[in-house]
Design a protein around this ligand. Sequence first.
Ligand code: TK8
Length: 345
Amino acid sequence: MRKGFKVVSTLLVCAFAGFMLAGCGSSTSNTAEKKAEKKVIKVSIGLNEASPEYKGLQKFKEIVDKESNGRLEVNIFPDAQLGDDIKTMTQLRAGTLEMSGPSSSPISSIDKRWMAFDLPFLFPNEEVVDKVLDGPVGQQFLDSLSQYGIKGLCYYENGYRQITNSVKEIKSPADLKGLKIRTMENPVHLAAFKAMGANPTPMPFSEVFQAMQQKTIDGQENPSTTNYLQKYYEVQKYNTISKHVYTPFVIMFSQKIWDTLSKEDQAVILKAAKESSVYQRKYNREQMKSCEEGMEKNGVTVTRLSDDQLKAFQDATKDIAAQFSKDIGEKVLKDVQDEIAKYAK
Ligand code: TK8
């Protein structure tokens, strides 16, 4: 009995104290209000937590969480948990998801101009990439997304892509003959792999590992960071360092949701995007070589092409730009090519 009484009275005291606390002082109710106002920014990516894209977004989160004084909270969802690149762009446009970081290539399903970046062997090196993407042409592309309900924030790096497969070593386009290679869902990539002699098939990213495991495809192509960190060495035997195309990631926000944010919050997000993009690209570049070696350490034959061997791949795809110039828009294509030429010297 006594024990029971004690418990009840302790509960009563606690309840009373809680009541007093909740009722007194405006500071407590302010905190409660602030908490209620806190906006959560969900960010979707297709890659896993080990990826440089994820690391870049962690940096983004760090900056936003801190500099918004708790008004904003970033939650990152990896592994295409919220959907693959094309699907999450649809969610941004509908205003049902805040942020996403797709490759630039699937954007061509919304606007064909973006195929300019998919042309084989377009960017000669990463310094030129940075100048072009961070310059006026890169900005025009980001701004052009607003007509589709997407606010383009900045570019991260996916990187130069390398071919992997489970059948044979690829040293020339002839070696690709008959191989079923997954490409991104993008007409230029499809055409380029056809031109190189492969049998390409487009597929969303999240299905690729299983397709290789089940041998419904022979191979795929992605930067060494992805090839290694997504553990493609478990299901692939050969990796050719072909650098046949460079892919940026486009970090984007739902325009619908963006327009509901205060100027202050928008500024914090833009600043964090810019700062984290510098960090992410640097980190990505640091990882690339060790990831290439990681493939080797895990039993994959890594083939590094000589300049002559590489030239055969370039020759095989040399007509692709002309083939797509109408779809991209001749002026847009020329602007991109001129800008690259300007910095490539
Ligand atoms: C991840 C993709 C991926 C891309 C691909 O969502 O699909 O192969 O390279 O990084 O955007």
